[in-house]
Design a protein around this ligand. Structure first.
Ligand code: SF4
Length: 329
């Protein structure tokens, strides 16, 4: 069985890219076999990336739409290092009476940005990936019944093949409608809510305006970057026509689906899917404040910011700007 080591040796052989090394006693920094031989019959990460380049940054494309991913990196700190200790005296969420302090009676209700929650969870964000689309029913019904916030992620309108546009702005997206309506069908209207996350492409396409005015969405979440990487969100597109459509809608699609050589290579089966990337923002304080005001004028009742794992200086800046702009959470 493959194991992940605390050093970097795992980087050259990962199940996420289907790579393996010839021997197990590999270099701790690179994961390279101590003797890298000419006749090697194995495909390690170094070998694979030699042939496929940055395409290998993405986990096995074959599983796009049929998988979700986790990281193999051992950060040296995980939940097993945290121990939640309870308090002997007093109680939270229940009257401190031994006859009432029975665990099923405890309330974990809370409030975030003025939204009441039955439990402190805001789930998401599930955007334009096939996984999010296919499993939306379970997510929406579960979140609505649980009384928590569910977030529709970025690019849903832009990737929806049935979206309708007028002057570059979205006027209808059946997929977005379906997602919002399904949550509402099972929602008690009191606990939790459905939020819509918007990134640069969404803003350009007028997704905020569309969801707030036409679908009466209460919560808009501005997206700054990605959780694990400073590149935009990525999906895989397995049809040339769809790849061209997404490029024309303003996305970065790699390789360029309008290049005749790329088209021929795709038709010849040299590669099986295109990458669709979205942009990462570079926010400025004054713009953020104006943007939040604009969203409120549009009718958004709750405005939130979602950001990735950036440097401490950026986290501090985000907190300051979010506070000045009076975002809700
Ligand atoms: S190519 Fe070299 S480093 Fe990679 S598995 Fe083969 S011997 Fe090891």
């Amino acid at each position: 069985m493959e194991r992940v080591f605390r050093n970097s040796s795992y980087l050259n052989a990962m199940s996420t890219t289907g790579t393996k090394t010839r021997v197990r006693d590999v270099n701790p920094q690179s994961g390279m076999c101590p003797l890298c031989i000419r006749e090697c019959p194995f495909l390690c990460e170094i070998g694979l990336s030699t042939f496929r380049g940055r395409e290998v940054l993405y986990p096995d494309p074959e599983y796009f739409g049929e998988s979700t991913a986790s990281s193999l990196k051992d950060y040296g700190l995980d939940w097993s290092h945290v121990q939640i200790l309870s308090s002997l005296r007093g109680a939270e969420g229940i009257e401190p009476d031994p006859d009432k302090m029975l665990f099923p009676n405890v309330s974990v209700e809370t409030e975030i940005g003025g939204v009441k929650l039955k439990m402190p969870i805001a789930m998401g964000a599930y955007g334009s990936t096939d996984i999010a689309r296919k499993y939306w029913d379970g997510l929406a019904v579960g979140a609505a019944l649980a009384g928590v916030i569910l977030i529709v992620g970025e690019n849903v309108c832009g990737v929806d093949p049935a979206s309708e546009f007028s002057n570059g702005k979205v006027i209808r997206s059946p997929e977005m409608e379906r997602r919002i309506k399904l949550f509402r069908e099972f929602w008690d209207g009191r606990y939790g809510d459905v939020a819509v996350q918007t990134n640069i492409e969404d803003q350009r396409m007028g997704v905020d305006e569309y969801v707030v005015s036409k679908l009466e969405v209460n919560i808009v979440e501005r997206k700054w970057g990605q959780g694990a990487k400073a590149i935009g969100g990525e999906i895989r597109v397995r049809s040339l026509e769809r790849a061209i459509e997404l490029k024309r809608r303003g996305y970065l699609v790699l390789p360029d689906p309008e290049d005749p050589e790329v088209q021929q290579a795709f038709k010849d089966g040299l590669f099986k899917s295109f990458e669709r990337h979205s942009r990462v923002g570079s926010p400025k304080a004054t713009d953020v404040i104006e943007d939040v005001e604009k969203l409120r004028e549009m009718g958004a009742k709750v405005v939130t910011i979602k950001t990735g794992a950036y440097r401490p200086i950026d986290v501090a800046w985000t907190l300051r700007v979010a506070s000045e702009a009076k975002v809700d959470y």
